[in-house]
Design a protein. Sequence first.
Length: 480
Amino acid sequence: MSDTTAPRRSRRARKSAETVDVAADEPIDSEAGEVSPYELPGPQRRAKTRKAERGYYAPVFQGAPSTTRQSSVLNTALIGPVTGTAGVANGRDMLSHSLITHDPVTAYNSTPRLISSPNSIVCGGVGGGKSSFVKTVYVTRPLVIRYRRAVIFDKKARGGEGEYAELVREWGQGEPIRFTTDGSGSRLNLLDPLIVSQIGDAGTYRLLHAIVRIARDGARIDDWEEEAARSALKRTLATYDGRRAPTLADLLPLLGRVDDYSDLTEHARDRLHQAGLGVRFTLEGLLDEYGGMLDGDTSENVNLTGKLTSFDISQLPTEGPSSHVVRAIGNQWMLGRLRTDPGWQTTCINEEGWDMVDGPAAHLLKSNQKLSRGVGLNNVFVFHKGLDIPLDSPGRTVISEAQSIYVFRQDRKEDADWAVRTFGFDPSTATVLQNLAPGQFVFKYGAVPETHVEHVRSSIEVGLTDTDEGMRGDRRRDDA
C-alpha cells in the first residue's frame, strides 16, 4: 500500500461517518414530544443514510403502544353511494356529495328488480323546484336514451301557452296539442275507435262513467243511471259498428231509451227512463260549455309526435271539469295509441296531477295499471300535497304503490308528517322536509332508506327549465 492510498475503513466505521446530522440553525418543534414534518428536510428524516440519499422521505420514530379501539379513529369511514351508476343523474347526496342516479324504467328492468312499480310521485310546496326537476330528470335527460319518449299533460301557463311548449318544439316533431274552450284548439272524441278497440266496451264504459262523475263534481251515479248509461253506450257502438266513428252527440239521444226493457214493470221502466235523462242532461251541459273540445272526431293533430308530446291544457279554466275531462280521455287515448306502437318506454307526466290520484279519474288509473305496464307506460304524478286526498280514494292505492318518491319542501308540519307516514320515512325526516332549500328533496326508491339530495342542472338546462321569467319581468325588458 503506497503512501498516497487512503487507508481502508471498516463498513461499520464508514456507515457511522456518513450519518447526516441535523443543522443547528433549523429549529425542531419538540413540543409534547412531537416533531413537525415541516421542520426537517427529507434526508434527515431517515435513520438509514442510503435511503435518504435516494430521496426517500418518511420518518422513522419510536412507536407508541396502543389498542385497536384507540387506533380505530385512524381508519376513516367511507360513505357508500346510495345508488349505482345505472339510470339518469338526479343530483348529489347532501351528505357525501356522491352522484345520485335513478330511472324508474331502468330500475324496474334491472336484474334483480330494484322496484316493483315504475310509477313515481313528485310532491312539494310552491317554489320548491318540482317543475325544474321533472323537466330535467324525467323529460330532457331520458330522451337521449333510445326508444324513450315522454307525454305531458301540461297545466301550467307560460306566455300564453303551456310551460313545456318550447321543449316540445325542440324535441318533438310539431306543436303542442292545444285545448281551449272557444273551439279553436284540438278535439278529443270519447268514443274514438283507438280508445274503443284497445280498452274494449267495458273500458269505454268506465271512461264514460268517469266523465259523468267529473261533470258532476265527483258525485256518484246510482245503479239506475249506470244501467241507463251502459245500455245507451252498447246501443251506440252497435249502431255505428263498421260505419263511422260515433261521437258523444250520437250517444245522447239514446240515453233514456227503454225499448229493450219490456220485461220490467211500468214503474221500473219509468225510473230507468228518468235516470237516463239525468245522465243525458249532464253530458249535454258538458257539451254546451265545451262542445268544441269534445263534440266530433278526434283532431288529426292529436298524435304522439316524436319523442315528446304535450297535451296543453294550460288555457282551460282552473275551476270546472274541462281539464279533468281532457286528462281522463287523453289518458285512455294514449293507452290505445301505445298498444299500436310497441317497443317504446313512455313516461306520462301529470303536472298538477292531484285529480289523477283523487276522484273519478283515479278509478280509471287504478284499473289500467296492468295495461300500462304491458305497453311500457310509467306515470309521474306531480302535486303539492297529499293530505287532501280522501282516505277512501283509490288514489291512495296508486300513491302507495309508487316506488320512486321525491318529496320537496313541505311548509306545514301536518304535510310533512303525512309524507313520513305514507312513504315510510324515518320520523326525523319530517323536520328535514320542512327546512329543505329550493332544489333540494328527499328521495326514496324501493326499500332503500330515504336520502337528502340536491338537484343540479347545467347552464343549458337552467335556461330550458326556468319558469320565473314572469316574476323577473323578462318579457317586459325584451320588449323595451
